[in-house]
Write a protein that binds this ligand. Sequence first.
Ligand code: ZN
Ligand code: ZN
Length: 424
Amino acid sequence: MAASTLSAKQNEHATKATHEKKLDQLAEVAVKVGLGLAAGQELVMTASLDAAPLARRITEHAYRAGASLVTTLFSDDEATLMRYRFAPDESFDHAPKWLYDGMGAAFRNGSARLAITGANPALLSKEDPAKVGRANRAVSQAYQPALELIVRHAINWTIVASATPAWAAAVFPDDPPDGALARLWDAIFETTRINQDDPVSAWKAHDASLQRRASFLNEKRYAALHYRGPGTDFRLGLADDHLWLGGGTTAGNGLYCIPNMPTEEVFTTPHKDRADGTVTATKPLSYQGTMIEGIRVRFEEGRIVEAHATKGEEVLKNLIGTDEGARRLGEVALVPHSSPIASSGMIFLNTLFDENAASHIALGRAYTSCLRDGDKLTPEQLAAKGANDSIIHVDWMIGSDKLDIDGITSSGAAEALMRQGEWA
Ligand code: ZN
Ligand code: ZN
């Protein structure tokens, strides 16, 4: 009895030590490889209260790397819900513009940006979709000037994930809370390569392979992509002078960062006026606390002319009604079905993971870094090349092991690019 109790305790102790070590490695990789934080740089971090242990580890590694100041803005799910319960109706058209202006000022003054994701994907699913839509729109508008610096890669930034009890419960509803949390952490450590012997060099090798894939596509210079799969027959023109990117990027401030951890995609800018046909999503979309399932839309000349969802259709319609660019595409990304995230078979209910498990497209704003010299072009020049503009950017998954994609050359010839979800 005593012996077995002791060994159970020892086991628990060992598991905890292993977890602490992995958490520390994740923080180290986030600061060194994801952010590429420079000595003397400030860091602005956002996290939920549940992610405080990872936020603290990141803070430690940022200071060890020479950060001059780390400022973390914590959010609290319970407080968010109280607004829906008690705030006056007019509250939902408000956002803390002063806060986002301050973040923008920090970025312009040389700060790096790290976001820890891990929110409850269903936090707002029982709230009034109209209020959720208004609140989202207010935030999108207020955040716009600061977000612009992120989207243009003016500064080094990255997003990493922390498992949280609510997120774990949504992903593993049948598991006891502790078990669900441990499973979600393990999935995060696995897909962010922390389970490998040397996570920093594993990331460098992975980054190089994504860069090679992007170069291959840049040499091909396809004019369009043609998608065929269940519920999908869709032709998507690529923007003139489009540039495929994958893995890391050198930000405008000269620092090399890998903006998403994990990342498995190569992506570019589609032409905002050249999408035709029907697309069916292959995974649910968790959009700011609401689940949208069974998305099916039809495009004509780049514009969504019909939109359906089996669940959350009203939120979807609010989303694409945000502005004119919200019903056009700003990103196209290719991800093989054999990526570590896809092979986990999990649906993470979090875009950072799910978008890296499947080929996807994004409604809304295009990344100007996906165009040749895009950062030097005026908004008019960007639009002339086909780059979309909007206050939103929302990815949704259309890839599966049943999806075939052809690259269409400028002369109109079709070349097999992906077959049954894998690179051809
Ligand atoms: Zn993407
Ligand atoms: Zn995206």
